[in-house]
Design a protein around this ligand. Structure first.
Ligand SMILES: NC(=O)c1ccc[n+]([C@@H]2O[C@H](COP(=O)([O-])OP(=O)(O)OC[C@H]3O[C@@H](n4cnc5c(N)ncnc54)[C@H](OP(=O)(O)O)[C@@H]3O)[C@@H](O)[C@H]2O)c1
Length: 242
């Protein structure tokens, strides 16, 4: 049995994770932490093999560092990691030869959406991302949007065409990451959605992923808890362990 501690156990993702762990035959839920709990103390007390973290963007790096310091495998579902932070954590894990996973999206369909976007960017370099989430999401844009923009940039063969830009209202064209404009919507009623729209001469292609229930993230979370035990480095993105 792999012993799992859930950091952020009272949250929407944390509660779903605890439920999934309690139904698992080979992963064991050994404890959870809330906002005011001391993560380091909880790790010492419960002695887990893996800590799954679903908390807040502002605490992501600190939590990952605490988990790594204790030689425990982090599975970071918390979003908002910058490229720079991922690199810092990668170096920490490399020094310790410790397996870790940061996944901006644990949904297999969302990972496929990102992969299709990456493939499409080879043929259509002009792309924009529209992501939409519930209003309690702390950061914007989403980690999925950032990761998608990075995949598009890494795979496209040509630079996107420069559109004329005179903003009547600042940021009317969204934020830009690696030359990919990203537009973030926050509205009640939503969980998480993303569309990647590609434009070519006389046509567009739209790849959309919609989340209706947080249960869709659980197969990815459970898989990450198993696979992280076999890794000797930090892996960024669920697609790398599927
Ligand atoms: N990777 C993915 O597939 C995926 C999918 C969905 C969401 N997410 C991300 O997962 C994270 C959690 O989302 P959620 O919807 O579950 O949020 P949520 O419902 O607001 O839950 C947040 C959890 O973090 C705790 N928390 C809040 N502030 C904290 C702090 N300063 N230090 C330590 N713990 C703190 C909360 O504890 P209290 O209850 O005590 O306040 C709660 O347990 C977010 O970053 C979100 O973007 C990732």
């Amino acid at each position: 049995m792999i012993k799992i501690l859930v950091s952020g156990a009272s949250g929407r993702m944390g509660q779903e994770t605890v439920k999934a762990l309690q139904a698992s035959t080979h992963l064991k839920f050994v404890g959870g932490t809330l906002r005011h709990d001391d993560l380091a103390k909880a790790i010492t007390q419960h002695n887990p093999d893996v800590v799954v973290d679903f908390t807040v963007a502002s605490q992501g790096q600190r939590h990952a560092e605490i988990i790594i310091e204790h030689n425990v495998h982090p599975v970071m579902g918390t979003t908002g990691f910058s490229e720079k932070t991922v690199k810092i954590l990668q170096e920490l894990c490399e020094k310790k030869q410790l397996g870790a996973i940061i996944a901006p999206n644990f949904s297999i369909a969302a990972v496929l959406m990102m992969q299709y976007a990456s493939l499409t960017s080879k043929y259509f370099p002009d792309a924009e991302i529209i992501e939409a989430h519930h209003p309690k999401k702390e950061e914007s844009p989403s980690g999925t949007a950032i990761k998608t923009a990075e995949l598009i940039a890494a795979n496209r063969k040509e630079k996107p065409a420069a559109a004329p830009h005179h903003a009547i209202i600042p940021h009317a064209r969204g934020a830009t990451h690696h030359d990919v404009p990203i537009h973030a919507i926050r509205l009640p009623g939503l969980i998480a959605e993303q569309s990647v729209i590609f434009g070519g001469d006389g046509e567009t292609l739209c790849i959309t992923h919609r989340t209706f229930d947080r249960v869709c993230f659980m197969p990815g979370v459970m898989l990450a808890c198993e696979k992280v035990m076999m890794l000797k480095k930090l892996v960024y993105g669920l697609e790398n362990i599927l």
